[in-house]
Write a protein that binds this ligand. Sequence first.
Ligand code: HMG
Ligand code: MG
Length: 283
Amino acid sequence: MSERVEIFEVGPRDGLQNEKRPIPTAEKIALVDTLSRAGFARIEVASFVSPKWVPQMADGAEVLAGIARAPGVRYAALTPNLRGYERARAAGADEVAIFGAASEGFSRANINATIAESLARFEDVAAAARADGIPMRGYVSCVTDCPYEGKIAPGQVAEVAEKLWGLGCYEISLGDTIGQGTPETVSAMLAAVSQVVPVDKLAGHFHDTAGRALDNIEAALAVGLRVFDAAVGGLGGCPYAKGATGNVATEAVVERLTKLGHDTGLNSAVLNEAAALARAMRG
Ligand code: HMG
Ligand code: MG
């Protein structure tokens, strides 16, 4: 029997956050509504960050209000601080995510905080999410390479992942933010992180800058990961990581996983429809 691997769709958030053209809210809603028919259990649809930092995500509440919620799908949002958490809750996000980094340089550039300061901020979000019974995911960025600091030691990633896990995240997503990881560096990083967070609570989040994302997913599968983030149409990038191109494309991940004998439970025809929409939205 083929083994299930879940794809966590991040296109409407990670994919669109970096687009230069202001994308009309209605187009974002249409993309999410198409994705909702594809069979995902979780779709990241918004981030409640400062609109001065990421203008493209300023309409998160309108997106959440406008989508047709499909039963069994959890609609997720990024929340950098308590303010973001409260906005996400008011907008009806089903789950939230705190996002830190394994490198000080990226932490400062992305969220204007040291790693220690960011963890202190996340404590407030974690306490509120716990009180409200809202599932909280955790991201670690720059798990192999950082645009400011170069190579990142696996121990640094493990340290931050362990802290996010300790804050109550139900899953830790490990981000190769600038797509410079290799199967070797990814495996070494996962060997360290899986010492401190159970491997079935880890997700892989690969950007495809150097065209190695699918090979990195294979390396992570070998370690035991069964959840991968991807963006339909290969949308994406990070405004605070120069050179970061799109997330690995969801449809490419499905194809590779299928070849490897895994089942994603996704409907390829609907996925292709969403990919066409996503590509048309790109600047
Ligand atoms: P700051 O400037 O240090 O914070 O930003 P501040 O508290 O001084 O706030 C600045 C202004 O933003 C203030 O407004 C606040 O009220 C407002 P003003 O008084 O100037 O009018 N503000 C907010 N407004 C709305 N919602 C909020 C909020 N918080 C403050 N939640 C901050 C700190 C964290 C807010 C900022 O740095 C920020 O928003 N950063 C987010 C950057 C971002 O979204 N990056 C992309 C997502 S991460 C990513 O893509 C990586 C990932 O995909 C994994 C991977 O690939 O590795 C997850
Ligand atoms: Mg990302």
